[in-house]
Design a protein around this ligand. Structure first.
Ligand code: PMP
Length: 437
């Protein structure tokens, strides 16, 4: 019987090209994928029986950790009576209950529609904003990620663009792809994030042609960078001034950074927002939510969205269960994550200091990033990745070899089931690895 990662990989790669996501690389190193077949709490086990601490958390959904019993019970209840939703033909009472709960929690959500993936929800939101404004272009930011469709995947900002600042394709961009529609990048301007002057300048010239601005609130994909004080507030004002739809992509932050989303944390309400990942913890479900006047375009059949599996009962049950667990004891999970995350972040900083290795540790609740730099804070992807990037790649591999799995980058996702013993083990491992760097 085949039981090693290496043997399974030999068979697997003959049949499955590029794993599930080309963007995340293999489990930790390109030549050493892990085959994981069990998870519990913050731990996963590979087919060789090795125990890993998991800070990947399924690329973000795992806010509850693996195998949360209350969550599994809710799913079992639904599986016992497994029936099919019928997207558009009939509704299910569970979806109504879910929508009432969701709209009561998320500030911008006067109405909400369910989809399956973050990628899909983003394209739906773009369509709504274009229909509402009757404009074509959208603005996106370097270092942000919004799914893998042609019009939004990768590219770099055109420095000193004299005309419209469309993104450029760059050889070696790890978010690049062949096979893209050659005109896809002509739909959007790509700007550096956290730079209000650039945004003001571009809007002065093109503001009346811009349908929407899409932004992460905390730029988790670009190094867990936080917005500069006042940046998002000014973005909100500019959107109002030019009649642009402000759209927060909360696919990572929704229900991870807090029960009211990142918009609740920063106190700025966008016109539209998308959710996914942690919203349903371990099953695919995403959502587009927003102001009534935008969402009503969908009700009026002016904007079309469809999908055979949108609103499937098991996913809705999963999301309801997740939100119920997150809300318990007035958000006890978030308080737990705060404490655990602080232990980790402070611990890493202390190790860096003690070993004389400059280390930046930053992020909102639920996710953080490390980088090898003297800087105390990085406000953009570019700033952060001006650090010693090779060292960053190396430490990720070394950590994985020592049984601690992190996201490419190196990003750490928190979950509610991390224990103090898990933190102790992580800090010990981190210290050992830093000594060998
Ligand atoms: N938006 C953001 C902010 C994301 O981080 C992601 C996924 N990492 C997506 C959209 C796309 O979601 P999905 O992978 O579910 O298609």
């Amino acid at each position: 019987m085949v039981t090693t990662n290496a043997e399974l990989w030999e068979r697997y790669k003959e049949l499955v090209p590029g794993l599930h996501s080309n963007l995340m690389g293999m489990s930790y190193a390109f030549d050493k994928p892990l085959f994981i077949n069990k998870g519990k709490g913050a731990h996963v086990w590979d087919v060789e029986g090795r125990d890993y601490l998991d800070f990947v958390m399924g690329l973000g959904p795992g806010i509850l950790g693996h195998g949360n019993e209350e969550y599994i019970e809710a799913l079992k209840e639904q599986i016992d009576k497994l029936y099919l939703g019928a997207s558009g033909t009939f509704a299910i009472p569970l979806e109504l209950e879910w929508a009432e709960k969701f709209t009561s929690l998320i500030p911008c959500a006067e109405k909400v529609r369910i989809c399956l993936s973050g990628t899909e929800a983003v394209q739906f939101a773009i369509r709504i904003a274009r229909a509402y404004t009757k404009r074509r272009y959208f603005i996106r930011f370097q270092g942000h990620y919004h799914g893998w469709m042609d019009n939004i995947l990768g590219g770099v900002t055109a420095e000193n663009a004299s005309g419209m600042p469309f993104a450029l394709e760059q050889l070696g961009d790890f978010l690049g792809t062949e096979g893209r529609d050659p005109e896809a990048f002509q739909q959007s301007f790509m700007l550096p994030w956290n730079d209000i002057e650039v945004l003001e300048r571009v809007l002065e010239k093109y503001g009346e042609q811009v349908a929407l601005i899409i932004t992460e609130v905390f730029n988790c994909n670009g190094g867990c960078c936080l917005p500069r004080p006042g940046y998002l507030e000014r973005m909100r004002e500019l959107c109002d001034k030019y009649g642009i739809v402000l759209y927060f992509d909360e696919v990572i932050t929704g229900f991870r950074v807090g029960i009211h989303g990142a918009q609740g944390e920063v106190g700025i309400t966008p016109d539209l927002a998308t959710f996914g990942k942690a919203m349903a913890a371990a099953l695919p479900m995403s959502a587009v939510a927003g102001k009534r006047q935008l969402m009503d375009l969908v009700a009026e059949n002016k904007v079309t969205a469809a999908g055979t599996f949108n609103g499937y009962p098991l996913g809705v049950a999963a999301s309801l269960a997740t939100i119920r667990i997150l809300e318990k004891d007035n958000g006890a999970i978030y308080r737990h994550i705060d404490r655990i995350q602080k232990r980790l972040m402070d611990g890493f900083r202390e190790i860096g200091k003690r070993r004389g290795i400059p280390l930046l540790v930053q992020g909102p609740r639920g996710a953080f990033q490390i980088a090898f730099t003297d800087a105390e804070v990085a406000y953009t992807f570019a700033e952060l990745f001006a650090s010693d990037i090779l060292k960053l790649f190396r430490i990720r591999e070394m950590l994985a070899e020592e049984g601690v799995l992190t996201m490419r980058g190196t990003r750490w996702y928190m979950c509610g089931s991390l224990t103090d013993a898990d933190v102790d083990r992580t800090l010990e491992t981190f210290d050992r690895v830093m000594a060998k760097l």
